[in-house]
Design a protein around this ligand. Structure first.
Ligand SMILES: CC(C)(COP(=O)(O)OP(=O)(O)OC[C@H]1O[C@@H](n2cnc3c(N)ncnc32)[C@H](O)[C@@H]1OP(=O)(O)O)[C@@H](O)C(=O)NCCC(=O)NCCS
Length: 193
């Protein structure tokens, strides 16, 4: 198994994996074309990235991160927002209240770090082999190289696997947020030694 930078050719599989494996947040509800556009924007950098875990040509998992999560969302909204929004319009209208809440949280979070691991997922058949840990560890290193001393992740307070993974990688719980109505998210933070 190797961890490498994601390429444009990986975007469809990454988006599919995101949609299948991550039910948290509003992103999966907006559909695959929206996710693909977001991941294409992430690959364009300059301070965001996606990594994939690959084995014998198959993609087993991915992780994505951004040095400044607010700046990434802003770039996405300005450069892709209209097209991505139009394609996703019917779902966007249905989920708009949640979308607004989510887009607000990067700026309303007070002391929380700007650097964020946005998503991590491993295919069901490859889970439990240390791939999630390897992806989070590499994503943390990349964010450190981009100048981050503190990194946050946001995950569902009931997502036992994700919480165990992040804690195993040195993240500790910093806050609980009601990012999406009716659900609680846990914010965990990693600080450079
Ligand atoms: C969370 C996820 C990425 C973990 O990936 P993984 O490759 O199975 O994790 P690893 O094998 O690297 O395990 C890392 C640690 O987490 C623990 N862990 C993983 N899954 C667990 C589970 N279901 N319950 C309890 N602990 C778990 C492992 O025991 C390990 O800790 P250890 O090394 O101290 O034993 C995977 O379960 C997944 O894709 N879930 C769906 C997507 C998701 O929820 N992503 C997070 C929100 S963005």
């Amino acid at each position: 198994m190797i961890i490498r930078n994601a390429e444009i050719a990986d975007v469809a599989t990454i988006s599919q994996l995101h949609a299948e494996q991550i039910s948290e947040g509003f992103l999966p509800t907006l559909g695959q074309p929206f996710l693909e556009r977001l991941y294409r924007r992430i690959l364009k950098g300059p301070d965001a990235f996606a990594l994939v875990a690959a084995e014998e040509g198959s993609l087993l998992g991915f992780a994505a991160g951004a040095r400044e999560i607010g700046a990434l969302y802003k770039r996405f909204l300005i450069r892709d927002g209209v097209v991505a929004g139009l394609r996703a319009a019917p779902i966007l209208i249905r989920s708009l209240p949640r979308v607004i809440e989510t887009l607000r949280y990067p700026t309303g979070e007070g002391e929380l770090p700007n650097a964020e691991i946005l998503a991590v997922a491993v295919t069901t058949s490859a889970q439990g082999r240390g791939i999630g840990r390897a992806l989070v560890s590499e994503a943390t290193t990349r964010l450190e190289l981009l100048g981050a001393n503190d990194i946050k992740v946001v995950t569902g307070a009931d997502n036992a696997a994700a919480l165990a993974l992040y804690r195993a990688c040195g993240f500790t719980t910093r806050a609980h947020l009601a990012v999406h109505a009716g659900t609680t998210s846990e914010v965990l933070v990693w600080t450079a030694p």
